[in-house]
Write a protein that binds this ligand. Structure first.
Ligand code: SF4
Length: 381
């Protein structure tokens, strides 16, 4: 398939952008304004048709060109020849007793990822994955066990939101409409920033899925060079997984620290271009005897000095083969008290969906066990 040139001007002078090319064609859920202009001009069609096409895709969830009924028939036909509607689908839904739902999503190539729907009062948050597996190797996280298999494409990131919306639409008695997105699923979002940034654009723009960027949080283990870029190019909120309060402690559980030190990470946080009243959320998974002492709490107070921060204290969720222990609630409350007494905003985050392996750090367990059991596995030679 030919790709559209990125240099040709459109008939009305608007900027023509390259369409990402995939083996099977153009992925509808990666399209943005400007990408179809050359294609339309080649057919003698006016540029406004692009708006109609994007509206079908994002506002009406119609990805099949044949169903875009207000387009002329020749255009529908030509579009059908270049668009490749995604094959990704929800392979399995697991429901937790607390209302959390884990969606096992099978991708075009048979790889599987997980997205998690978390109802909380009038909020319904989707936890989105950005990679198949992860390269970061955090010892408290099940996804690390998979290693990095591949990055998700932009359309596969956006596709998780579309699939979750369909899941909710098909269930009128379910928890309602999606209100928030957190990029805290499988993978390190800022390790896949080239696919993430266009996905955020599609998710937030009026012509796209129109989700407020203030309702989107991207979480990172500290891919320092990309943190600034994220905040410069989008208006989403940033969360940083802190892990430990010393360089040594952090290196032991988060190998990424060997590349970008804790000091460098915090220095970057101090310099980030935050909006007014905005804070960085620091996620802190508590591990008994490793990072949960009073000294750790006092060190954290010092580390966060000068940063507009809030801290989420998170219970570690065990998974098979992991070598950590869970911090007790009493210990966590004492840790929180030290932070609060020193004017550090801190909350204890309750685990959601641990009975379906959907809680923080547990994703990947089901992907692997299904693979091991051969369910839905790709045929072998
Ligand atoms: S915590 Fe996040 S960055 Fe670390 S291994 Fe797990 S998915 Fe990757």
């Amino acid at each position: 398939m030919e790709t559209i040139s990125d240099t040709a001007a459109s008939p009305d002078g608007a900027e023509a952008l390259p369409v990402p090319a995939f083996a099977e064609g153009w992925a509808p859920l990666a399209l943005q304004p400007g990408m179809l202009l050359d294609f339309l001009a080649g057919l003698g069609e006016r540029p406004f048709r692009e708006k109609q096409i994007l509206s079908w895709i994002y506002a009406h969830d119609v990805l099949d060109a044949a169903l875009m009924s207000d387009l002329p028939a020749p255009l529908r036909e030509a579009l059908a020849g270049v668009l490749a509607p995604p094959q990704q689908r929800i392979a399995q839904v697991s429901r937790s007793s607390d209302g959390t739902r884990k969606l096992l999503v099978e991708l075009d190539d048979g790889e599987r990822i997980e997205s998690v729907l978390i109802p909380d009062g009038d909020r319904l948050t989707l936890c989105v994955s950005t990679q198949v597996g992860c390269a970061m190797g955090c010892t408290f996280c099940a996804t690390a066990r998979l290693g990095l298999k591949r990055h998700l494409r932009t359309d596969e990131i956006v596709g998780q939101v579309v699939l979750a919306r369909r899941e909710m639409a098909a269930d009128p008695l379910g928890p309602g409409h999606l209100t928030n997105l957190v990029f805290m699923g499988m993978g390190e979002p800022l390790h896949n920033v080239e696919a993430l940034l266009p996905a955020i654009r599609i998710l937030t723009e009026q012509w796209g899925l129109s989700i407020s960027p203030r309702r989107i949080t991207v979480s990172t283990v500290g891919v320092v060079p990309q943190m600034r870029r994220l905040l410069e190019e989008t208006r989403v909120k940033l969360a940083v997984s802190l892990g430990a309060t010393t360089e040594e402690g952090r290196r032991a559980i988060m190998p990424v620290t060997k590349r970008w030190s804790l000091a460098e990470l915090l220095e970057t946080c101090r310099e980030l271009p935050l909006k007014r009243r905005e804070r960085i959320t620091f996620e802190y998974t508590m591990l008994a005897g490793e990072n949960d002492s009073d000294d750790d709490a006092r060190r954290m107070v010092r580390l966060l000095n000068g940063i507009r921060a809030k801290v989420n204290l998170i219970f570690w969720n065990p998974f098979e083969g992991a070598e950590h222990q869970r911090t007790s609630r009493e210990r966590m409350q004492r840790f929180q008290r030290i932070l609060l007494d020193n004017a550090v905003h801190a909350t204890i985050r309750e685990s959601r969906g641990p009975d379906i392996q959907a809680a923080c750090g547990q994703l990947a367990a089901q992907v692997e066990s299904l693979r091991a059991s051969g369910i839905g596995a790709a045929p072998t030679d």
